[in-house]
Design a protein around this ligand. Structure first.
Ligand code: HEC
Ligand code: HEC
Length: 230
C-alpha cells in the first residue's frame, strides 16, 4: 500500500510520464486466446492453496472485505453484477481467485481486494472453505421462464456431462456448481465463454457452447437458475 501511494503521488505530480504502478496492478497471462493454452495447469500458488488446510472461521473474517460486492453470506446480486459464491466448490473458488491474481481471468474491479497485496495464499484457502460451507437458498435471480423446455433439452445434451444433472458441478474436476447462481451472471459468463472473453475458460466447454445463439444461452441460463428451487 505504501509503495503504491508513493508511486501514485509521483504520477500525479508529473514525475512519471507513464504510471508505472498500472503495469504492476494489472497482471496479464496468456489465456484461451493464445496458441498452446493449457487449461488449469497445476502449478504455483493455486497448488499451494489447494494443499493448504483451510479454516472456515478465519475465512469468515477474511471474507468481510469482499461483502461490499458479493454481499453478506456471499449471496451475490440478482442483477448479475456480483456472482453468488455461497456453496461453490472450494477448488473452483481457488482456481478462479488465483486465475484473477495471475491475470488469466480479467477482473480489474476485484483485483485490489483479492490481489497479492490484499490476500495471502492461506487467506484464499480459508475463504474457500468458508464459502463452500455457506447455504445457497433458492432466492437467486431467475429468467422469464418462457423457454425452460428448450433450456432443459440443451442442458441435458451439452452441459450436464460436466456441470451435472442438477448443476452441482464437480469439485475434483474444477467444474463449477451452477445451481443457485443468478440468471444474469450465468448468461453473462456463458456469452463471455462462448465469445472467448473469459480467458481462463475450458476449451471443451467452449466447443460445447460455441454453436449456441444468445437466445439459446438465455434459455439455458434460465433453466440452470431454477435448479436451486427444485
Ligand atoms: C469491487 C467488487 C468486488 C470485490 C470487493 C470482490 N469481488 Fe469477487 N468478483 C467481483 C466481480 C465483478 C466478479 C465477476 C467477474 C466476472 O464477471 O468475470 C467477481 C467474481 C469472483 C469470483 C469468481 C466466481 C465464479 O463463479 O467464477 C470469486 C471466487 C470471487 N469473486 C471471490 C472474491 C473474494 C474472496 C473477495 C474478497 C477477498 C472478492 N471476490 C471481492 C467483484 C468483487
Ligand atoms: C468439459 C466440461 C464442460 C462442459 C461440457 C460445459 N462446461 Fe461450463 N464450465 C466448465 C468449467 C471448467 C468452467 C469454469 C471455467 C474455468 O474457469 O476454468 C465452466 C464455467 C461455466 C459457467 C460460469 C460459471 C461461473 O461460476 O462463473 C457457466 C455459466 C457455464 N459453464 C455454463 C455451461 C453451459 C450452459 C454449458 C453447456 C452448453 C456448459 N457450461 C458446458 C466446464 C464445462
Amino acid at each position: 500500500m505504501k509503495k503504491m501511494t508513493t508511486l501514485m503521488a509521483l504520477a500525479f505530480t508529473g514525475a512519471l510520464s507513464t504510471p508505472l504502478w498500472a503495469a504492476d496492478a494489472v497482471p496479464h497471462e496468456a489465456g484461451i486466446e493464445s496458441e498452446g493454452y493449457v487449461w488449469n495447469k497445476m502449478e504455483g500458488e493455486k497448488l499451494e492453496a489447494l494443499k493448504a488446510r483451510g479454516d472456515a472461521l478465519r475465512g469468515e473474517i477474511a471474507f468481510e472485505i469482499c461483502q461490499g460486492c458479493h454481499r453478506k453470506g456471499a449471496l451475490g446480486r440478482d442483477d448479475g453484477t456480483y456472482p453468488r459464491l455461497a456453496g461453490q466448490h472450494a477448488s473452483v473458488l481457488i482456481k478462479q481467485m488465483t486465475d484473477v491474481r495471475a491475470g488469466r481471468r480479467d477482473n480489474p474491479k476485484m483485483l485490489p481486494f483479492a490481489g497479492h497485496d490484499a490476500l495471502s495464499v492461506q487467506d484464499i484457502a480459508d475463504i474457500s472453505v468458508y464459502l463452500r460451507s455457506l447455504p445457497s437458498p433458492a432466492d437467486n435471480g431467475k429468467g422469464d421462464g418462457k423457454a425452460l423446455t428448450k433450456g432443459k433439452q440443451l442442458y441435458d445434451k451439452d452441459c450436464a456431462t460436466c456441470h451435472a444433472d442438477n448443476g452441482e458441478g464437480d469439485g475434483p474436476k474444477f467444474y463449477p456448481r451452477v445451481s443457485g447462481q443468478h440468471y444474469k451472471y450465468l448468461l453473462r459468463e456463458a456469452v463471455a465463454i462462448r465469445d472467448g472473453a473469459r480467458r481462463n475458460a475450458n476449451p471443451m466447454m467452449v466447443k460445447a457452447i460455441k454453436k449456441y445463439s444468445d437466445q439459446d444461452l438465455e434459455a439455458l441460463s434460465d433453466y440452470i437458475s431454477r435448479f436451486a428451487s427444485k
